[in-house]
Ligand binder design. Structure first.
Ligand SMILES: Cc1ncc(COP(=O)(O)O)c(C=O)c1O
Length: 379
């Protein structure tokens, strides 16, 4: 056996959809991206979505949307992927690392309150592994302090939390369609909001700031008969990047979105099987209080004090594992923002991510469970 940690589930439908883009000879930013944005807005229930080439780009542009004064601060959890903390830095702001809750590995409300200062302008909570952050409490705090909230939804896609899809609670939600995620476009991301005006304003930032639709100052006083000569004309009113999604990615995304509910269901089944299988083990416990019937998880994992031994044992059985994540403030680059996150530094040493994808077979899941049971008795 050789079992991958993550694996996209792609099929004939995605291939045919890409073929459609080939047949139209349109593979750049075009109608397919627009269509995918519309379908995504319907799926999550938001007014506006903008397709990008990654969630990293989505988070960066989402921060840019609010025009914060450089030097201000944004709170991010200490256990997350680097992209969450890079978003403020790309915009000339500083990350403030907030410690995590020991059980849910999401932002600790107590530490968030403790680390808040007047320079903080926003919070980027992460729904770690797909488990909901305490978004209602975070929003209440943000409202009281007049902060923006950008949800990092890279690990979830379509989970309903207390009647609203994760990613539609805050001011902007950012999703990832990178190949390891709940659904994929190869690489890709989506930024969502109910503030359609804000999204219209920030949308050109994904494509060099180019705007062909807004009212044009240069052509506005021209006689009408001359205007058709300016079909090529565009104006740039804000700093932009080359971060757009393209039609090839969107073609895949449109098919993946149709399959997403079934893929999410299969992920939940796998998690349920894992949970049954490791119940009662002495040295191996669940990474999170998983609720697979409620939420959508991109990752599944366990905690084990003998983490490295367990990783080596599973490796010897052909089972891939990972560790998500080495706390950000422990990386050389982020050290200068280390402000003390003792819980994250204590708990991460036991984390092991196990294979989770929608094409895992029952045979593979049972094989992994048997290996975990054997390791638990042996290590
Ligand atoms: C929590 C988190 N945020 C953001 C990202 C960035 O996503 P992308 O790879 O689409 O840029 C990731 C990717 O793994 C992630 O795990």
């Amino acid at each position: 056996m050789n079992i991958r940690l993550f694996k996209p589930s792609l099929g004939e439908e995605e291939l045919q959809s890409i073929k459609g883009s080939f047949d139209r000879s349109w593979v750049g930013l075009g109608e397919k991206v627009k269509q995918f944005e519309t379908e995504w807005s319907k799926f999550v229930g938001c007014k506006s979505s903008v397709g990008l080439n990654s969630a990293t780009a989505a988070l960066q542009i989402a921060v840019q949307a609010f025009g914060f004064t450089p030097g201000k601060k944004i709170m991010v959890p200490s256990i997350t992927f680097a992209a969450t903390a890079f978003a403020p830095i790309y915009n000339g702001l500083e990350p403030v690392f907030v410690d995590v809750d020991e059980d849910t590995v999401s932002m600790s409300l107590e530490d968030m309150e403790r680390k808040y200062t007047k320079d903080v302008v926003a919070i980027i909570p992460v729904h770690y592994a797909g488990h909901p952050a305490k978004i209602e409490e975070i929003l209440a705090f943000a409202k009281a302090k007049n902060l923006k909230v950008i949800e990092d939804c890279a690990h979830t896609a379509g989970a309903n939390y207390h009647g609203k899809i994760l990613g539609t609670w805050g001011d902007i939600g950012c999703y990832s369609f990178e190949e390891k995620k709940c659904m994929t476009t190869g690489d890709g991301g989506m930024m969502c909001s109910d503030d359609a005006e804000l999204m219209e304003y920030i949308k050109p930032a994904r494509w060099l700031g180019i705007n062909k639709e807004a009212s044009m100052y240069y052509t506005q006083d021209m006689p009408d008969e001359r205007k058709p000569a300016y079909h090529w004309h565009y104006e740039i009113s804000l700093l932009g990047y080359k971060y757009n999604m393209n039609d090839l990615a969107a073609s895949i995304g449109l098919e993946q979105l149709k399959k997403l509910p079934a893929m999410n269901k299969r992920r939940s089944e796998v998690i349920r099987t894992y949970m049954e299988g490791i119940k009662g083990l002495k040295q191996i416990g669940l990474l999170l209080p998983f609720e697979p019937e409620q939420y959508v998880y991109q990752m599944f994992g366990v905690r084990c004090e003998k983490r490295d031994d367990l990783i080596l044992f599973l490796k010897s059985r052909g089972i891939s594992t990972g560790v998500h994540y080495f706390p950000l403030q422990m990386h050389p680059y982020f050290k200068k923002w280390d402000n003390g996150c003792p819980v994250s530094e204590k708990i991460w040493t036991g984390f092991i991510t196990l294979p989770l994808h929608s094409s895992l077979t029952n045979e593979e899941v049972n094989y992994i469970i048997e290996a975990l049971q054997e390791a638990d008795a042996k290590l």
